[in-house]
Design a protein around this ligand. Structure first.
Ligand SMILES: *Cc1c(COP(=O)(O)O)cnc(C)c1O
Length: 375
């Protein structure tokens, strides 16, 4: 079976884990965590970075930082992972779901303004498949209505919008290093703070509501409980794995982009013949090759395609189920029909994409897709 995903290790992970262990400091904010912070702050010029144990945690920190209160409204795409919404629901927010666009699953910015009310506090764009949302129009709305923008950049490492790195545009942003992402640490995440008004409080929230970070820097002579918070920081063992990956980021990205281009080239004739749809990357966006997906005509066709490929030992998977129709949120949703979110729920399918996928495997996969459509 060609799996959908297979984690790639550069070889340095275990060396760095051993270094962390030998340093006798494997709790949070050790040597490797600091190296990772510096890496992100240098490579992407993010103003302040704090590693977390997951992207989910980074989003939960963001919800606390912008002081979400019960009844506040947050605009989130329906076609996303549960954590995007859950982080705000935990603080009592009401989720106002945005539909996806026609060109790709990202939120349709042309219909966003109509969703804004007196209670709207934030917009959370998700850069699906690492492809940028239309950030100029989102930031313009945020400025006009005084809203916060939190980028769910879980899939968006090393991807850009008009030359700006994703995660560096909104007031706050969250990345994921889950095993299924481009750069991995098993579980892991990053909170990016672009609006420095949040910097000091972010450190406190991440350290159980204490000013321990300031204490370790010698800025205060004792530390104590100063705010709400939780334990959001990863062990330095996790950061050691992440740093090994970051050191090899260029090589990982080059390989993934190459695989993506091969898929695209080989499936283009089917797309030109109108049999399926390939990812659409807007002019303002780059492609970080997080994912290769295609869009079938309908659910029935997708089910048959996945079954056909499974029979040929190729694992392909669909993706999100519209959150506005989820068992948890359906009764709380305002009832609007979100046709494009439902469309991608039914028709999007992801192909295997991982570092060690070979050219022969790619050729085999695309040949089977061609055979499915052309008989
Ligand atoms: C992976 C992912 C998350 C969750 O990331 P974790 O690190 O597993 O918490 C959130 N949002 C999106 C869009 C994701 O793809």
């Amino acid at each position: 079976m060609i799996p959908f995903n297979k984690p790639y290790f550069t070889g340095k992970e275990t060396t760095y884990i051993e270094e962390a262990v030998k340093s006798m400091k494997i709790s949070g904010d050790g040597m490797f965590t600091k190296k990772c912070h510096t890496y992100f702050e240098t490579a992407y010029e993010f103003k302040k970075c704090l590693l977390t144990t997951s992207c989910t945690d980074a989003l939960e920190m963001a919800a606390i930082l912008i002081d979400i209160q019960p009844g506040d409204e947050v605009i989130i795409p329906s076609y996303t992972f549960v954590s995007t919404a859950n982080a705000f629901v935990l603080r009592g927010a009401k989720i106002v779901f945005a539909d996806s666009g026609k060109d790709n699953p990202n939120m349709d910015t042309s219909s966003l303004e109509a969703l804004i009310t007196q209670r709207t506090k934030a917009i959370v764009p998700v850069h699906y498949a690492g492809i940028a949302c239309d950030m100029d129009s989102i930031m313009a709305l945020a400025n006009k209505y005084n809203l916060f923008v939190i980028e769910d950049a879980a899939q968006a490492i090393d991807s850009y919008y008009k030359g700006k790195p994703l995660g560096g545009i909104g007031h706050l942003a969250a990345f994921s290093f889950h095993e299924t992402k481009n750069i991995i640490s098993g579980e892991g995440g990053l909170l990016v703070i672009n609006d420095l008004q949040f910097a000091k409080r972010a450190e406190i929230i991440r350290e159980k509501g204490t000013n321990r970070s300031q204490f370790f820097r010698g800025e205060v002579d004792k530390y104590g409980w100063v705010d709400v918070g939780s334990s959001f920081l990863p062990s330095d063992i996790i950061s050691a794995v992440l740093y090994a990956q970051l050191e090899n980021k260029e090589q990982i990205q080059e390989k993934r982009k190459n695989i993506w281009q091969q898929y695209f080239k080989q499936l283009l004739p089917l797309s030109n013949a109108g049999k399926l749809k390939l990812p659409m990357i807007p002019d303002y966006a780059t492609n970080n090759a997080h994912m290769f997906y295609l869009v079938t005509a309908n659910l029935e066709e997708r089910t048959r395609l996945i079954a056909h490929l499974k029979q040929k030992d190729i694992q392909t998977v669909f993706h999100y189920l519209s959150l506005h129709k989820s068992p948890y949120y359906e009764s709380k949703h305002d009832g609007r029909n979100l046709a494009m979110a439902d469309f991608y729920t039914d028709t999007l399918v992801r192909l295997p994409l991982f570092y060690e996928l070979t050219e022969e495997e790619i050729n085999y996969i695309t040949a089977e897709i061609v055979r499915f459509y052309n008989g």
